[in-house]
Ligand binder design. Structure first.
Ligand code: SF4
Ligand code: SF4
Length: 109
């Protein structure tokens, strides 16, 4: 195929028929402050693990809210639980509780 210097992104529609929202529901009940996220990425920018790996906490919690849990299952254990993301979050989201909630949900679901 001809290289045009850019590529078409895959369809990013939320599929309410296929996506699994059980973890999102569990998480938002446990930590409703996650609803305040504006997706600024400060948590990812300051993340200790993210400096050295592909770990991206904003992507993980955003995808979970979309019902896409695969990345969380693969990566969430890499979090060192240092809490820097929580300190920097402009919306005051309790991110350590979010991460704990993701871990708990993945154990149960
Ligand atoms: S820093 Fe807070 S508001 Fe910004 S993306 Fe992370 S969780 Fe959302
Ligand atoms: S608590 Fe986890 S997600 Fe937050 S900055 Fe530390 S390593 Fe990154």
């Amino acid at each position: 195929m001809k290289d045009f210097g850019y590529q078409v992104h895959r369809d990013n529609t939320i599929d309410f028929e296929k996506n699994d929202f059980r973890i999102a529901r569990f998480l938002l009940e446990r930590e409703p402050s996650l609803n305040l996220c504006i997706g600024c990425g400060s948590c990812t920018g300051t993340c200790s693990t993210g400096h050295f790996t592909e770990f991206n906490i904003r992507k993980i919690h955003t995808l979970i809210k979309r019902g896409e849990t695969e990345m969380a299952r693969k990566q969430i254990r890499q979090c060192m639980f240092c809490g820097k993301c929580q300190l920097i979050c402009p919306r005051g989201i309790n991110l350590r509780n979010v991460i704990l909630g993701i871990n708990r949900a993945l154990e149960k679901i």
